[in-house]
Design a protein around this ligand. Structure first.
Ligand SMILES: NC(=O)c1ccc[n+]([C@@H]2O[C@H](COP(=O)([O-])OP(=O)(O)OC[C@H]3O[C@@H](n4cnc5c(N)ncnc54)[C@H](OP(=O)(O)O)[C@@H]3O)[C@@H](O)[C@H]2O)c1
Length: 248
């Protein structure tokens, strides 16, 4: 019960890694605020998490909607102990096909939104607080069609270092967590035609030394480690959860 009576806020908590993490935090005693844009998956996620869940519909790319989350958390709990900024989208797009709209959409959700989510939540955090940002192994690898997404995730890795340096004096740790391929609904939203997804999965698995994709629960365990007192001397790092994909 590492999170007994802790207030955990998860931007992007209604699906995949965010939802698995929300369930794990709740199982260890936390009150868990989850956000996302989709009201249906927010409602079903809140049911799955149980009575400790508090769902708020919010688009992280819209600063006024981040303000709504912060105001609701402040009114209900008055503080944040753990902030997990996990919202993200990705699409494989060959360089020549990327439009300014594609660039803006991905950077606004994956990088601008997380920056301002941290900026707006930090006033509710104090000594002992922990922030985890979801990046991706994409920031550390070159992959055809992944440049816009990878650039956003490299930005998050940089934010973890720089926020960490800025907040260390206030007793707040900031870390980055970089998953490799994890089984979540994100693959169905990657812009890849459904008939090509099995071949994409096979290609990804062939590039992972452990020869399998990770589960959302395995990713969540790494997030909870970084968020918990188990990582009390850990700040500014990037934790790869990737079956060895970056290292070997
Ligand atoms: N699965 C992987 O293989 C993998 C690998 C590397 C990194 N990641 C990263 O891990 C994170 C979680 O991904 P996942 O695999 O769990 O995928 P997922 O199941 O598609 O979850 C993505 C989450 O982000 C939320 N989100 C997306 N756009 C948002 C927006 N504008 N405002 C607020 N919330 C938003 C989604 O909620 P709504 O759709 O309701 O808004 C959902 O909760 C992402 O940052 C992703 O880039 C995943």
């Amino acid at each position: 019960m590492r999170f007994e009576n802790k207030v955990v806020v998860i931007f992007g908590g209604n699906s995949g890694i965010g939802l698995a993490s929300a369930k794990a935090f709740a199982a260890e005693g936390a009150q868990v605020v989850i956000t996302g844009r989709n009201p249906d998956t927010l409602a079903s996620a809140a049911r799955e998490i149980g009575p400790a869940a508090h769902a708020i519909q919010s688009d992280i790319a819209v600063l006024a909607q981040i303000d709504n989350v912060v105001a609701a958390v402040k009114a209900k709990f008055g503080r944040i102990d753990v902030l997990f900024v996990n919202a993200g989208v990705g699409r494989f797009m060959p360089l020549e096909s990327v439009t300014e709209q594609d660039w803006d959409e991905i950077q606004h959700i994956n990088l601008k939104g997380p920056f301002f989510a941290v900026q707006k939540c930090v006033p509710l955090m104090g000594h002992g607080g922990s922030i985890v940002l979801t990046s991706s192994i994409g920031h550390a690898k070159g992959l055809p069609g992944n440049s816009v997404y990878a650039a956003s995730k490299a930005g998050l890795r940089a934010l973890a270092r720089n926020f960490g340096a800025e907040l260390v004096g206030r007793g707040i740790r900031v870390n980055c967590f970089s998953p490799g391929p994890i089984e979540t609904p994100i693959i169905n939203r990657s812009g890849v035609p459904p008939e090509q997804i099995p071949a994409l999965r096979e290609m990804m698995i062939n590039n992972i030394p452990m020869h399998r994709m990770g589960t959302a629960e395995e990713a969540a365990r790494a997030v909870l480690f970084l968020a918990s007192e188990d990582a009390s001397f850990v700040t500014g790092i990037d934790l790869f959860v990737d079956g060895g994909a970056v290292s070997f």
